[in-house]
Ligand binder design. Sequence first.
Ligand SMILES: [Cu+2]
Length: 469
Amino acid sequence: MSSRRDFFKWAGVAGGAVSSLTVGKHALAGLPEPVIQTSAQTMPPLVPDTGRPYNPVVTLNGWTLPWRMNQGVKEFHLVAEPVVREMAPGFSAHLWGYNGQSPGPTIEVVEGDRVRIFVTNKLPEVTSVHWHGQRLPNGMDGVTGLTQPAIAPGKTFVYEFEARRPGTFMYHPHADEMTQMAMGLMGMWITHPKNRHPLISEVDRDFCIMLNAYDIEPGSSTPKIMTMLDFNLWSWNSRIFPGIDPLVVRKMDKVRIRVGNLTMTNHPMHLHGHEFTVTGTDGGPVPLSARWPEVTTDVAVGQMRQLEFVADEEGDWAFHCHKSHHTMNAMGHGVPTMIGVDHRRVGKMISQLIPDYMVMGERGMHDMTEMEMPLPDNTAPMMAGHGPFGSVGMGGMFSMLKVRKDQPRGSYKDPGWFKHPPATVAYEWAGQMPEAKRSHAAGQGTMPLEHPMPAGMQVQVRKPTKHEH
Ligand SMILES: [Cu+2]
């Protein structure tokens, strides 16, 4: 639900887009009242009704912060506060965020805008806001102790600077960062170019994804803040699949996806069915001569990347981090590999002692996606998400690019599952299975070993069960 306060007047919904706001003159002398948003739904783009028109971004399962114009200055009010974030249906986390949500709302401005941001601290400890990647006066950079005093609980600070260069940015605290970022305190910032820019294309759809990660013990709801590497929830905008909305586009739309990474590791972002180009990084637009096509691009910690492509293939295309552990939800890692182990007998013995005991993993882990295993309350299933052909077996940093030729222009409504044309879906072979033939080259490498291994020697490899630092 969003609270609409007196001097933020939403100018109505038109064509799936919300117009930005106009503000009563009497209030301009004071602090703008904060706008709060607690719904985990993707909010329609906030179309500006002042200044240079631009095609606004869509933050998946998030929203854009309304502003007011005050004598030529764009004013925003951020409130750092504890929030409850539904990370997926049936699983909510107690996080820290801004204006009711983690991550905080996306801030969207135009190059050359004079911006004033009021930051109120409703956290139990000091904070500050660093405007990651921006050109600004040193004293506005938001590093506690270095460029400003800390914002004490209950206090409000004012940041003011000109949005000097266009691009994708982030904002996050620079005070007890380990705690505050582990708790979800972060957001994205988009600066649109002032004029047509030779290196920044105009696109039909412009999506924002903040990569973040949490360590929340199954059955609990507050992240462990001391975790350095072994996070168990890998999220986009503090949501995990199947809680992440699809990226819905119309066929032949030019699409931009902006990704920022504030986790503790890198994420190779992989798109199916299309090639994209990285058109922008933290430092700004990439020169045309330095661009190349890719299907996976790594986004390292603290980086921002802009991926662009024309969505010219219809379908439901997976889009995900390619680290396979990052497309799973809360799980313990101290589990040995059980593939090939027949432990039916021991399973039977244990279940006499523990009736709910379940043998798992002896055929791989896909069974986990279909088992109705009893989970503690407030726990996301490890791999889930139901597709048209059964369980998708994914969690974490996973969603879909849904390309449809009949998707209305500007509509982000989920069109449902793709209807595949006849004879275009992988199918089961129903004929005879021929005998396997041995390759003639078997056993005759081009570089034969001088002392060949004794016949029948086998090596067993087991993944370590603990991360060693
Ligand atoms: Cu990842």
